[in-house]
Design a binder for this molecule. Structure first.
Ligand SMILES: [Zn+2]
Ligand SMILES: [Zn+2]
Length: 245
């Protein structure tokens, strides 16, 4: 009898499992995003609906920072190399980002400037910001508040990177994929293979075209470099998607 009950229980569990699987497919008409998107951290939810890739994240870093509350297990005092480091008064807070980016990005006939706030998303779900601290204000003063992984939170606690996200490039390599901008074009680290990329290697939008590990047919892609404008230059190369928060 006991054995029979166990089998019944197993059958019930597997039926329930199947049901929840087919429910989630029916709910969204969504499909799995292209393989490159599997590089995102498991905490980031990604689906493709038609020609749009939908990326949902809480925007918080998966790495230590002095901007976590001191009670957090991820709190870590600044231990980077900037002797002028200056903790800003903000703390990391959970966001509700939904990025919608083109699944088949293409060059825009009219380029648009990047906005303040999120212009893209890194593989850990953290927002990528542009090269300005405010309207046409350079990052000069903000740089000293970047933590040991090159991020910091703004006044509502939204943590973000304006420059190379060091935790990610340590993980994926200096020539690895580190995220996407809103126009659907990928962002790579500061190297192509073993060669350091400089602003001179890139167009005014801060990208160029060649084959990458994730895109063997070649693709336009941005690179982060060690000098201003760091991630993006004169705006999006493609037509930007949207982000809601
Ligand atoms: Zn900032
Ligand atoms: Zn490249």
């Amino acid at each position: 009898m006991k054995y029979y009950s166990f089998i019944t229980l197993l059958a019930l569990v597997s039926v329930l499992g199947c049901n929840s699987g087919s429910d989630s497919v029916a709910a969204g008409d969504s499909e799995e995003a292209p393989a490159a998107f599997s590089r995102f951290d498991a905490s980031v939810d990604i689906v493709q609906e038609g020609q749009i890739i939908i990326i949902e994240s809480s925007g918080v870093p998966n790495h230590p920072s002095p901007y976590w509350p001191t009670t957090s297990s991820l709190y870590k005092a600044y231990d980077g190399s900037n002797t002028a480091f200056n903790l800003n008064p903000n703390q990391i807070a959970t966001q509700q980002y939904t990025f919608r980016i083109p699944a088949s990005p293409a060059e825009a006939s009219t380029k648009s400037a990047t906005p303040l706030g999120p212009i893209g998303v890194a593989l850990n779900g953290v927002a990528i910001f542009n090269q300005y601290a405010g309207p046409n204000q350079p990052l000069t003063n903000e740089i000293d508040s970047f933590d040991q992984y090159n991020g910091h939170p703004q006044n509502s606690g939204a943590y973000h990177y304006h420059v190379e996200p060091l935790y990610i490039t340590d993980l994926v390599g200096k020539d690895g994929l580190i995220g996407y901008l809103l126009d659907g074009f990928p962002l790579y680290g500061p190297k192509d293979g073993s060669e350091t990329v400089t602003n001179n290697d890139l167009d005014t939008y801060h990208g160029h075209v060649h084959v990458t590990t994730e895109y063997p047919d070649g693709i336009y892609h941005y690179h982060v470099t060690s000098e201003d404008p760091y991630i993006n230059g004169n705006g999006f190369y493609g037509n930007a998607g949207t982000v809601s928060q």
